[in-house]
Design a protein around this ligand. Structure first.
Ligand SMILES: [Zn+2]
Length: 327
C-alpha cells in the first residue's frame, strides 16, 4: 500500500504525518514547537528528525509540504518566511527530492489548506471554492475547476490585502484599511489597545473596555484577538465594536470576491472559527449585501482544524506523483 508523507512548516510549529493512500486516518503523527530563536536550519533539522522517527524502515511514495510563507510552486523554492529567519530562497522541494528520491509538492499554507478542505473537508464536492484563513494574518486560497489557482506569480487569492476602507488605518503592506488590517487577531487587539490608551490619556470615559481591562489586568500588551472575542461575548461594548468592524471588513472582502469569481463556497478557517455566532452572522449579512443579488454563495466553517495544512499536504503529494492521478 502506498504511503504519503505530509509536512507542515508553520510559523511556530512543525508537524509531520504519514497516511496510506485512500485512508482518512493518520498512520503516524508528530509535532514539535519551533524554538524561540528558530531559523531555517534549525527548522529543517527538527523536521528531518520528525520524518526519520515517523518513517523508520518505510518509504513514502510522495511528499506534500505546507509552508508558512510565499513559495514559488513551479520550482518549489521558498521565497521567505514571515516568522522564521533564513528561509530566503531555500529550494525546499529540491532538498527533499534529493534526500528521499521521490516526488515532492510544496505550496504556501493558504493554498495547501484550500486543497485540504477541497479534498477532505468542507469543500468536498465543490469545484469552485475560496478558502480564507483568519488568524495572525488573513490569507486566501482559490480552487478553480478542482485545481489551485495561483496566478502568474503565485499571488492570487490575497483577500487579506483587499482595501475595504481607503480612509482606514495603515496596514503592514503600506495601504490603508485592508481586510487584514481590520480583521486579523493581532490588529483587532491593536485597535482595542489604541482606543483604550487614548482614553486613559484623555481621561475620557466611554462605554466598554471594562471586561477587556479585567481580562489583562490593565496590561494592554497582553491583549489578543481571542481575548477581544471573549470580551465581546461577555458583553464588553468596545470589544463588540472592534469585532463588528472585523466581521464587516471580512464581509465586504468576501462580497467583492464573490462578485469577481462567483465561487460556490467560501470556507473560513483559523482563529476566526472561535469568534462566535454573532461574528459569523455579520460576515454573512455584509457579504450578502456587498455582492450582487444574482451572485449566490455559501460561507461555511472549515472542518479540518489544525490538521488542514497536513491534509492539504496529502492532497498536494497526490498531485505531485502521476502514479496517483486517479486517486
Ligand atoms: Zn494590507
Amino acid at each position: 500500500m502506498a504511503l504519503i508523507l505530509a509536512l507542515d512548516f508553520g510559523g511556530t510549529k512543525l508537524a509531520a504525518a504519514t497516511v496510506n493512500v485512500g485512508s482518512r486516518k493518520w498512520l503516524r503523527y508528530e509535532r514539535r514547537l519551533s524554538p524561540a530563536n528558530a531559523n531555517a536550519s534549525t527548522d529543517l533539522e527538527i523536521m528531518r528528525s520528525l520524518i526519520y522517527s515517523l518513517l523508520e524502515d518505510t518509504k513514502p511514495a510522495a511528499i506534500g509540504v505546507s509552508f508558512g510563507g510565499p513559495v514559488d510552486t513551479s520550482t518549489g523554492m521558498v521565497r521567505l518566511s514571515h516568522h522564521v529567519a533564513g528561509w530566503e530562497n531555500i529550494p525546499l522541494k529540491g532538498l527533499l527530492e534529493e534526500e528521499f528520491g521521490i516526488p515532492v509538492g510544496v505550496d504556501n499554507d493558504a493554498n495547501v489548506a484550500a486543497l485540504g478542505e477541497h479534498r477532505f473537508g468542507a469543500g468536498q464536492g465543490y469545484d469552485s471554492l475560496f478558502y480564507i484563513t483568519v488568524s495572525t494574518g488573513v490569507g486566501g486560497g482559490w480552487i478553480l475547476n478542482g485545481q489551485p489557482w495561483r496566478g502568474t506569480g503565485g499571488m492570487a487569492g490575497e483577500i487579506g490585502h483587499i482595501v475595504v476602507d481607503p480612509a482606514g488605518p495603515v496596514c503592514l503592506c503600506g495601504k490603508r484599511g485592508c481586510v487584514e488590517r481590520l480583521a486579523s487577531g493581532p490588529y483587532m487587539a491593536q485597535n482595542v489597545r489604541e482606543i483604550l490608551q487614548k482614553e486613559s490619556s484623555s481621561r475620557q470615559v466611554r462605554q466598554g473596555g471594562e471586561v477587556l481591562r479585567g481580562l489583562v489586568g490593565d496590561d494592554l500588551t497582553l491583549l489578543t484577538g481571542q481575548l477581544v472575542s471573549e470580551a465581546a461575548a461577555a458583553g464588553d461594548n468596545l470589544a463588540k465594536e472592534v469585532l463588528h468592524k472585523a466581521a464587516w471588513a471580512l464581509g465586504v472582502g468576501i462580497g467583492n470576491v464573490a462578485n469577481l469569481m462567483n465561487p460556490q463556497r467560501f470556507v473560513l478557517g483559523g482563529g476566526v472559527m472561535k469568534a462566535g455566532e454573532n461574528f459569523w452572522q455579520v460576515v454573512r449579512q455584509v457579504a450578502r449585501e456587498t455582492a450582487l443579488p444574482e451572485v449566490n454563495f455559501e460561507i461555511v466553517s472549515a472542518i479540518l482544524g489544525d490538521d488542514a495544512p497536513l491534509w492539504g499536504g496529502v492532497a498536494i503529494a497526490l498531485l505531485a506523483n502521476p502514479q496517483f492521478a486517479n486517486e
